[in-house]
Design a protein around this ligand. Structure first.
Ligand SMILES: Nc1ncnc2c1ncn2[C@@H]1O[C@H](COP(=O)(O)OP(=O)(O)O)[C@@H](O)[C@H]1O
Ligand SMILES: [Mg+2]
Length: 1081
């Protein structure tokens, strides 16, 4: 369910009544009974109209959670059960939305829960206002200023374990959006007497205990402190520890808070040094020392504490020591130094301690302000939170109580001023019928205290400034004379005889009837406290300190600025600051939280009727309710009212023409609001009950929802319509384009189809025409042919007898001639090449040309041979002749022959003429050398060959040593009978000599040469060419005899076996047989 739909009211599940205005019947008893009933159900908040009454529960309740914050956020004040958050929300929203500065006034007795309430308000505002890094930092600093100020300004009292001993007013500043910018804190009158003396059961300020319990050993050592409380005179011991309060943890919290607020490390250190110095100061003790002039002069008993303190603060010990023994009084031109007695020394010590501490506190406030002050100069909205000490009535009431109670009187004034008087006056102004409510206006008491001429504070100041002996008693005397007639002043000695016998009124006291009750003040100490005197010697000693913070705190100690005027009195200062505060508060819209304390025991669940009744009375709560009940809960000027609710009625919506008041009348009549629920003022409408207001608000909310729906409806309709129109327009455009495109395409289709059809038809027509034409032409041709044949036949028939005799031979001759011509022409084109070895010849075309064709081939061959031969030289011719002779000799007879065909017969293979080695050999030979080569001469004994140069000339052959060229044998060719060679591919040949010739004596030669064919051919040709010699026979056989000297040896050629290898091998088989194995080719 969304938040908007939750319809709750203050009236839902109410315990007692949530708003005292609704109580029936109204009496003090019912009032207190209602408070009690609610308190017992943990409903600690109750309203009187817009004022919140808060009962201190003395226990933590689960009503301050983040969920609660969300629940109360942006809700109407009367919508949910009473809560401090509702007030905070109301204040914050009217600050943010209506631009009204706010102040939240929290009043009540000490321990009633004011400080807690102020913290709840601040945390609520922090939770609901803007977020963001910068804003969060500001919030954090604002919130964290609390722990720091509480540590230094709060103490345990009999009424409250965490009682604020100073008044605090904090302005939180916001920008126009409601985001916090910063704040300003004002402090009022710290109860500084507590520093030197505490009543029974109470403590000094928290910071002293926190420092001693929480600081590290190291820090304590630096501060020259001891953890033991009992070592310090200023610390009361009977209640040094407080139940449920962990001083050590608090110290850490405070340190942390100081850091967040923005204190520098050295600043924190200085502050702690001052706190330590105050403790040390308390330990100084004095003893009397008689002087020759008979006066006693005070002396410091034990100087150790003094020394340590001086070290801490950087003060020269002797200066301070002297300040505790002497006092310099400056009057006009002269300085008079008087000694101090022991009592005066103690007075001076305590005055210094109090001043030191209270100035330190003020400095802290200023320092915090510096950190949290808004960074912008633009206009700020302000929410002030006032948490000031409540009304105090002790057994022994002194100057402080007087001041505090005065402050509370002033606040009551504001309350009266704004709620009661204002309210009544407004009714009168508006002409609303009004039964006057009697209420007590305490202005008269304020006047008694603050009147400039004869007020009590003025009297006190006068007395303090008066020359001559001034004591508290002379002050009381003065009061007795001046204020005697005042109806709220009571004193035994006053001229008013009424009190002469009043024994409840001691002699040294006066009594004031405050609005909250009678308080008896003891005059003792009034003058001193008002004077707040610190001997100038001490302030000068402090100013001389070598400690930055101390120097700042005692500016009057500066000798350059000696001011002989008396300093302002405490009373005067307080009166002035209260005056400023009041003025400030009056400019703001007030929100009240009235705190009530249910019992004196700080205990949960206890509700002491008498105590509550007393508070209800002096807070004037009953009057408050009465005024509320007699009056109207809500008022508003007609114009804004009409403006706000005009939508609730047809006549006023949307515009009302007449005056606003009439509009409102019509409106309310129309809504049937009962007549007793409202009244018409002059300029405002007054609504009696908040419920009526809620009713109007609820109606308005519904109506706004309806209106929103209507606006939404119209807007949606408009949006859809425009969208639709746009779509329609676009659709038309698209359609137009599409249609155009489609038509274009269709047209093109039709056009191309028409063309196709057309072309087919044309083609068909053309073909038809062509066919006809062709037919016509063929008919014509046929006619011509037929007529030609016909003519031919006619002619042939006619001329046949003339042709038959010669035509045959002539046609034959012509045909033959034609054929021959064609044959020769063809032959000319297909002639083979000129190479004699070319065997090709064109085929004959006709069988009858066969003989001539062969003959022509033969003639052509002979002719080209002749042509070929005619280009030969003589030399080449001889070579060819030699080759021819070789062919005749060996072709088909010896297997070696084919390998020689390709080799040209060079003749000289050893270059006999050129080689110088054979020069001699060459010269021995007479004829031209026809052949020179190296051959192997086969040894008959082993068949091995020895190389020999073989020379052949026309007449002889010569065998010579290959190396030396020495002739081994020379045989004339005439002596050669025949040559034997094998049929195989070996190079063996035997040269056989004629028997009986001279050469034969040495025997035949068996030689071997690769060029056997050339050698033998040349040898044979020499024989053939010469006439004198016989032809040399050439025997070709595989077995022949060779004559070696005496023996005939048979040389036999056999085919080689593979084991003999590829070479020719000659082996001697026996004496008569040489076997040559020749590898088969
Ligand atoms: N709303 C509350 N819820 C719980 N405890 C509270 C509440 N208000 C006050 N107290 C208790 O009462 C004590 C005194 O309250 P405090 O605000 O210091 O009083 P005052 O400032 O009026 O003297 C607090 O320390 C706290 O224990
Ligand atoms: Mg307080």
């Amino acid at each position: 369910m969304s938040k908007m739909e939750v319809k709750t009211s203050l009236l839902d599940n109410m315990i007692g009544v949530g708003d005292m205005v609704l109580i029936e019947p109204l009496s003090e008893d019912t009032f207190i009974e209602n408070l009690r009933k609610r308190f017992e159900h943990n409903e600690i908040y109750t309203y009187i109209g817009s004022v919140v009454i808060s009962m201190n529960p003395y226990k933590s309740l689960p009503i301050y959670t983040a969920e609660k914050v969300e629940e109360y956020r942006n809700r109407n004040f009367y919508e949910l059960s009473p809560h401090i958050y509702a007030l905070a929300d109301e204040a914050y929203r009217s600050l943010r939305d209506q631009d009204k500065d706010q102040c939240i006034l929290i009043t009540g007795e000490s321990g009633a829960g004011k400080t807690e309430a102020s913290k709840f308000v601040m945390s609520y505002v922090a939770a609901v206002c803007g977020k963001g890094q910068e804003v969060n930092k500001v919030k954090e600093q604002l919130l964290q200023s609390n722990p720091v100020l509480e540590a230094f300004g709060n103490a345990k009292t009999v009424r409250n374990d965490n009682s604020s001993r100073f008044g605090k007013y904090m302005d939180i500043e916001f920008d126009f959006k409601g985001d916090p910018l910063g704040g300003v804190i004002s402090n009022y009158l710290l109860e500084k007497s507590r520093v030197v003396k505490q009543p029974r059961g109470e403590r000094n300020f928290h910071i002293f205990y926190q420092l001693l319990s929480g600081a590290s050993d190291d820090t304590l050592k630096k501060l020259k402190l001891d953890r033991d409380f009992s070592k310090y005179n200023y610390l009361s011991l009977d209640s040094a520890t407080v139940n449920g309060l962990d001083d050590a943890a608090c110290f850490r919290t405070v340190r942390n808070a100081m850091q967040i607020v923005g204190f520098m490390e050295d600043e924190v250190q200085s502050v702690l040094e001052l706190v330590a110095a105050v403790l040390k100061l308390g330990n100084l003790e004095f003893k009397p020392e008689s002087r020759c002039n008979g006066f006693d002069e005070s002396r410091i008993k034990d100087k150790n504490d003094l020394k340590e303190m001086c070290e801490l603060l950087g003060i020269e010990q002797s200066v301070l020591e002297r300040a505790f023994s002497f006092r310099t009084v400056e009057a006009k031109m002269e300085k008079v130094s008087t000694t101090l007695n022991v009592a005066q020394a103690y007075y001076a010590r305590d005055a210094l301690a109090k001043n030191l501490y209270s100035r330190l506190f003020s400095w802290l406030v200023n320092r915090i302000n510096e950190s949290i002050k808004a960074q912008t100069k633009s206009r700020k909205k302000v929410m002030g939170v006032l948490d000031i000490y409540g009304f105090e009535i002790f057994e022994d009431n002194s100057f402080e109580q007087f001041i505090i109670n005065y402050c509370n009187e002033k606040l009551q004034q504001i309350f009266i001023e704004l709620t009661l008087r204002e309210e009544q006056e407004e009714y009168i102004r508006e002409g609303i019928e009004w039964t006057n409510i009697e209420y007590f206006n305490n202005a008269i008491i304020c006047d008694l205290i603050e009147n400039n001429k004869n007020g009590i504070l003025a009297m006190l100041d006068e007395e303090c400034l008066r020359p001559g002996t001034v004591t508290d008693e002379t002050f009381l005397d003065k009061l007795n004379t001046v204020c005697a007639e005042h109806q709220h002043f009571e004193s035994r000695q006053s001229k008013n005889s009424k009190f002469l016998t009043d024994h409840s009124l001691p002699h040294n006291c006066f009594r004031i009837q405050h609005y909250a009750g009678k308080v008896l003040y003891r005059v003792e100490g009034f003058v001193d406290k008002n004077n707040d005197l610190l001997y100038r010697d001490l302030s000068q000693a402090m100013y001389k300190a070598n400690h930055s913070l101390i120097k700042i705190l005692f500016p009057e100690g500066n000798p350059a600025k000696v001011n002989l005027k008396r300093p302002l009195t405490a009373g005067f200062q307080f009166r002035a600051s209260v005056g400023t505060l009041m003025k400030n508060l009056l400019t703001k819209n007030p929100n009240y939280i009235r705190c009530i304390k249910p019992n004196d025991k700080k205990a949960a669940h206890i509700f002491t009727d008498s105590l509550v009744c007393h508070q209800v009375r002096y807070l004037g709560l009953m009057e408050n309710v009465r005024v509320r009940r007699a009056g109207y809960a809500f008022r508003q000027a007609y114009e804004p009212c009409l403006e706000r609710y005009k939508m609730l009625c047809k006549q006023t919506w949307p515009h009302w023409k007449g005056p606003a008041r009439e509009g409102v009348e019509v409106l309310l009549k129309n809504l049937q609001v009962p007549a007793e629920e409202f009244a018409y003022g002059r300029s405002k409408i007054f609504i009696r009950n908040p419920r009526t207001l809620f009713f109007l608000e609820e109606k308005r909310r519904q109506c706004l929802e309806d209106l929103a729906t209507l606006i939404q409806k119209i807007y949606r309709g408009w949006k859809c319509r425009t969208h639709f129109l746009l779509l329609k327009k676009s659709q038309v455009v698209v359609a137009a384009w599409y249609r155009r495109f489609a038509q274009q395409k269709k047209y093109q289709n039709i056009r191309s189809s028409a063309l196709v059809v057309q072309s087919y038809i044309r083609g068909w027509k053309a073909r038809k025409l062509l066919r006809e034409l062709k037919h016509k032409k063929r008919c014509e041709e046929a006619v011509t042919t037929i007529s030609a044949y016909w003519h031919g036949t006619q002619v042939r028939r006619e001329y046949r007898k003339f042709f038959r005799a010669n035509a045959g031979k002539k046609i034959y001759d012509f045909t033959i001639q034609r054929i021959m011509q064609k044959y020769f022409m063809g032959l000319k084109k297909t002639m083979p090449s000129m190479s004699p070895v070319d065997k090709s010849w064109p085929a004959r075309p006709y069988g009858f040309l066969d003989g001539m064709h062969q003959e022509l081939r033969r003639i052509f061959h002979l002719w080209r041979c002749k042509k070929y031969r005619s280009q030969f030289t003589e030399e080449k011719k001889a070579t060819y002749e030699e080759k021819l002779a070789a062919s005749e000799l060996f072709k088909d007879k010896k297997a070696l022959y084919p390998s020689s065909v390709g080799q040209p017969f060079k003749g000289d293979y050893v270059e006999i003429t050129k080689n110088p080695k054979y020069q001699k050999l060459n010269s021995l030979v007479e004829d031209k050398v026809l052949l020179a080569d190296v051959v192997s001469k086969i040894n008959r004994a082993n068949g091995k060959g020895a190389p020999r140069i073989f020379l052949l000339t026309k007449k002889s052959l010569v065998l010579a040593d290959q190396k030396t060229g020495q002739v081994k044998a020379s045989v004339p060719l005439l002596d050669l009978s025949s040559v034997s060679v094998s049929t195989q591919s070996d190079g063996f040949f035997a040269l056989k000599l004629k028997e009986g010739s001279t050469s034969a004596a040495k025997g035949d030669f068996l030689l071997s040469s690769d060029r056997l064919i050339e050698i033998i051919t040349k040898l044979h040709r020499i024989g053939a060419a010469s006439a004198e010699r016989n032809q040399i026979n050439i025997d070709i056989s595989d077995e022949f005899l060779v004559q070696f000297k005496q023996d005939k040896v048979c040389v036999k050629f056999i085919p080689g076996t593979p084991k003999n290898g590829n070479g020719v091998a000659c082996k001697r088989k026996n004496n008569r047989l040489l076997e040559v194995s020749v590898p088969s080719p």
